[in-house]
Design a protein around this ligand. Sequence first.
Ligand code: ATP
Ligand code: MG
Length: 414
Amino acid sequence: MKKNLEQYSKKEHGINKKDIDPDVMIIAETLIGSGYQAFLVGGCIRDILLKNKPKDFDIVTDASPTDICKLFSNARIIGRRFKIVHVYISERKYFEVTTFRSDIQKNNKKKFKKSHGMIKRDNIYGSISQDAFRRDFTINSLYLDLDSEILHDYVNGLNDIRSKKLKLIKKPSVSYQEDPVRMLRAVRFESKLNIKLTDDCKDAIIDMSKMINNVSPFRLFDEVLKIMHSGYGTIGYKKLRKLNLFKYLFPYTDKILNDNGIYEDFFIESLNNTDSRIKKGMHVNPSFVYAVFLWPYYRELEESNLKGNAQDAEIVFNRVIQSQSKYISIPEYFQPTIFSIWSLQSSFLNLSKRNVQYLTRLSKFRVAYDFFHIRSLINQDYRYYADKWYEIQKNVKSKKVEKRKKYYEKKRNK
Ligand code: ATP
Ligand code: MG
């Protein structure tokens, strides 16, 4: 891509200071007042231009991390390979301030460590234009100068935003090779921003999808979750399947889906449920979506190998998690919930008083019930039980609310 800087005035780009968190302006003013530059870049500018609420604000500057720390008493350097600075506004609120960075591959090959053709960068600072060309998509590479309010565009990003085009800055084969996670980012942005990935960026994903397995399984856990918790998980899932990515993320499940279509409807129901919870601002549990995607594999192993006692459930669970972890690694923290969801499913077919008492007292009852409820929407055989459990969980919920009310009343009266 040619280096051709376009600059847009406030009147032309239309971004207003009221769209920006006032604390960002305080940080920017400190930087500018000390003779440094301060820009907003990335998702926040993209989201404001698309009339969405930005998730966070990323500041970039020509000040080095040490310079930044000298200006702010409440700043902390993080990251080993590339240092970024967190500037704290309060105990819980901070902004990321990053020094312009370069990917000067051509003139400094030695500084790059290559693994599977992926480039791992060290701490190489650069100019704003170098920073602009190392980013992934054109729409993520717009810089708002917080001093002059001029928008700097090196990659035709503003026009792409206006024509709803999602386009990689570099040649797709080069870009995905450098960082295959960009294939997942493409799926996420296309799903949630209602913009269209260009044909060459899309075709290259289909050709190169296997490369996703070169990415660390830990990073893939987060990236897949970001798609599924974007509020557009159903669309995201369909795209992952269409673009051949799902196959490399969940190979065991994918094989079962291809042999037997019954799980597809279950996935769609579950993801619709997650999407609507997110849109209503309700809590979503990361374990849930992984319990959904790995359920067909768990069921297959459970049915083929074992007799169905409690010990067997644990063996099957461990096998599923272990085999999957070569592709996507499920952090230990989330594993007990997945285990509970799966191993409690058969208990929902027992409506005895004792079982009801036992299940409803478990901390994982709610999430396991939600899972069972979604299964019942697909499988008629579970409807009767799901209806009964619907009434039971309603009672449990209202009892809990009562208890909480009493607790707070007591506290207030003390
Ligand atoms: P979100 O709304 O999810 O935060 P975002 O675009 O801000 O979207 P971040 O992961 O916060 O995503 O990254 C901030 C910016 O860093 C991006 O806008 C992009 O410019 C750059 N970036 C992030 N990940 C990559 C990547 N894998 N390759 C190149 N640039 C990237
Ligand atoms: Mg962001």
